[in-house]
Write a protein that binds this ligand. Structure first.
Ligand code: WTA
Length: 652
């Protein structure tokens, strides 16, 4: 029997150092590790000083575990940091957003224009009675007004709660109720997969429930017919357009809540993660500058996330705007009207920094190289990844096919709860390994520990924890203090447990191994789904893999794998392929990890943010009725998979 908390199976020898040219011009140099280690709080003060404060803080950190206050006594306004400062510094003409709608409509918005829009919207919110501390639900497609709405809330101290536009009326209602929102900002609809989808009807349905919503502010995006509740519903253009174009901001306490964002736990009621202002802005701006190496005059930065997720909050709205970035914002899906749409947009706007998710990278691998190869991607100079472990082969593909072998890759680990990036390479400093997030950023303390909370040595696996408070940490679960303590802080005294498994390789680099709930126990070995998935993806025929542990009379759990094949690759098929893949896993990481069963599928069940829902696959693998699949991006996927599995045979 293995006594390891999590077995360390795979190893990786490939390394990639930044080029001397990149290293020389990088925003972050190696010295900041030492600087932060020498005096962590002073390091964070220096980062906070890069923001505009109306009143400087008195105390950098008050830490009464698990409650932290950062930059206590400081007064700050988020939208002033994102907008007014750039205009005041003479950069009002710089482009903030190149917006590209899915149908191909475009808008170019400068910092000065964005400030005007946000000022008008702030005046509008005030006119309809929204005041500091009120909660505002935002349920929008990915269009500029989504960012305007968030910044307008921030400007007047209202707390925004963005609900992803793909969520149902029920999901919207429960979030409106939990936060007790007074206002909903939405649109008639948006464009996705080549068609207009409606949003307003879901708001109408949600508001049949009991809420304190007084008004619904509706942006006209698609021009669809929309039901209208007189007195409650207001067109955005009717209210906002006639407002004064300037707005004098008020400054708020550093610990004033900035937003709530619900994380949909796989089973329980969603948690309203809330973030406050000063510390959050400090860390998103700092990480955006050092991890993405942003040069505000020359870079064109594109984060492909939706504003409905934390990545959209931190790395499309607050971080990049505070740093004065020029960004791309794209409304639609990556395969509309063709599978090269993302690459076409990179070429069109000369994108230099691209930040996306492994799920999209693996989808591109499945579609084949012909799509990226059709476009000129030579402007790219840095690539980022977030959301899931990136398998080494997907990393290599990203580097070569998208990055032309020249771009450093930053694999960034963080969570809705952490607010900002915690573990990542520094692109001009770190010698990266494909698939590893490498080291905690300067200023951050993260460790891998065993069941007793003791750090595991290099070469071992365990639980990823954060043992020092950080500026952008969640301040709580909205209205649920006990749940906050219980969920994140109860395992070890004063220690934040992130829920993820990780290992340290022999050089001390961190490898994320997925959620610990997903860990499989095969004959007493604790095996991470991520390692087996990466071994499968390292086979030339496989684009994507999802692995689960299914109850097994012999071994406790048996490994069941679901794989998607790569486009345009010659390979054997059927039984032959399955055998080859099983042997491949045995060769890569050992016979213990050989899947009991492998099934070739066309799609995997994913949440709307692209995370694989292994829980549902486990239901299939254990021949149970599939559980709650309402958060799936495509509800039909499970039906196809269950039918397919019944007809496939298990081996050995
Ligand atoms: C996972 C997204 C491996 C992890 C910013 C985490 C990752 C959860 C990575 C948070 C990464 C995120 N490598 N796993 N680079 N980034 N994760 O709240 O399991 O949507 O706990 O925040 O995604 O997801 P969330």
């Amino acid at each position: 029997m293995s006594s390891e908390t999590l077995d360390n199976l795979s190893s990786e020898d490939r390394t990639f150092a930044p080029t001397p040219e990149f290293a020389a011009q990088a925003n972050a140099q190696a010295s900041i590790y030492g600087e932060a280690a020498h005096d962590r709080l002073k390091f964070w003060e220096k980062q906070a000083e890069a923001l505009v404060w109306e009143r400087k803080w008195d105390t950098t950190l008050e830490w009464n575990p698990p409650f932290a206050k950062w930059f206590v006594g400081g007064k700050i306004n988020a939208s002033v940091n994102a907008l007014d400062r750039h205009v005041a510094e003479g950069h009002g003409g710089r482009i903030a957003f190149h917006f590209e709608g899915e149908p191909g409509d475009t808008r170019t918005i400068s910092y000065a224009q964005l400030l005007t829009e946000v000022s008008k919207a702030a005046n509008a919110l005030t006119e309809i009675g929204i005041v500091a501390g009120d909660r505002v639900a935002i349920y929008m497609p990915l269009i500029p007004e989504a960012a305007v709405a968030m910044l307008a809330c921030a400007r007047i101290g209202a707390i925004h709660s963005v609900v992803f536009g793909g969520f149902s009326a029920d999901a919207l209602l429960s979030r409106i109720q939990d936060a007790d929102a007074k206002l909903v900002i939405t649109a008639d609809g948006g464009f996705r997969k080549g068609a207009a989808f409606a949003l307003k009807p879901a708001v109408d349905e949600a508001l049949q429930g009991s809420t304190n919503v007084k008004h619904v502010l509706v942006v006209k995006r698609t021009g669809q017919e929309t039901a209208w509740v007189e007195g409650r519903d207001i067109w955005w253009h009717d209210l906002v357009n006639h407002q004064p174009s300037t707005h004098t901001p008020e400054f708020f306490d550093s610990e004033h809540p900035l937003f709530i964002l619900y994380t949909s736990g796989t089973t329980a009621k969603p948690k309203g993660i809330f973030h406050t202002t000063g510390g959050y802005l400090t860390q998103v701006a700092y990480t955006h500058k050092v991890v993405f190496d942003l040069k505000q005059r020359t870079d064109v930065y594109w984060c492909t996330a939706d504003v409905g997720w934390i990545t959209g909050h931190s790395y499309m709205v607050y971080g990049p705007l505070i740093n004065g970035a020029t960004q791309v914002m794209y409304e639609g899906t990556p395969d509309t009207p063709h599978k090269g749409r993302v690459f076409e947009i990179v070429e069109k706007y000369g994108v230099t920094i691209l930040y996306t998710a492994p799920t999209l990278i693996r989808t591109w691998m499945k579609w084949g190289e012909e799509f990226p190869n059709k476009f000129n991607l030579s402007t790219l100079r840095l690539l980022g990844s977030v959301g899931e472990p990136i398998n080494p082969e997907a990393w290599m593909w990203y580097r070569h096919v998208i990055g032309g072998g020249r771009c450093p890759i930053v694999d960034t680990w963080w969570q809705t709860e952490t607010g900002a990036i915690m573990i990542s390479p520094l692109p001009g400093v770190t010698i990266t390994k494909p698939g590893s997030a490498m080291r905690p950023l300067p200023g951050i303390s993260a460790k891998v520990v065993d069941d007793n909370g003791n750090p595991v040595g290099d070469g071992h696996g365990g639980y990823l924890i954060l043992d020092e408070p950080w500026p952008s940490m969640l301040r709580g679960v909205w209205g649920e203090e006990e749940r906050f303590k219980e969920t994140y802080w109860s395992r070890w005294e004063g220690i934040y447990f992130a829920g993820d498994g990780a290992k340290l390789d022999d050089d001390g680099a961190i490898w994320l191994l997925g959620r610990v709930d997903d860990v499989m126990n095969v004959s007493g070995h604790r095996i991470s789904t991520t390692e087996v998935e990466s071994a499968l993806v390292s086979h030339e025929a496989v684009a994507e893999a999802a692995v689960v542990g299914a109850a097994d009379a012999m071994t406790g759990q048996g490994i069941v794998a679901f794989v998607i094949l790569r486009g345009g690759v010659e390979h054997v098929e059927g039984e032959e392929l399955v055998k080859e893949l099983r042997n491949h896993v045995a060769k890569e990481i050992g016979a213990i990890a050989k899947p009991r069963q492998i099934m070739v599928v066309n799609e995997l069940p994913k949440t709307r943010s692209g995370k694989i829902m292994r829980r549902l696959l486990k239901d299939v693998a254990e021949n149970r009725a599939v559980g709650d699949a309402t958060t799936l991006a495509d509800p039909n996927v499970m039906k196809l998979i269950s039918e397919g599995l019944k007809s496939s045979t298990s081996e050995d």
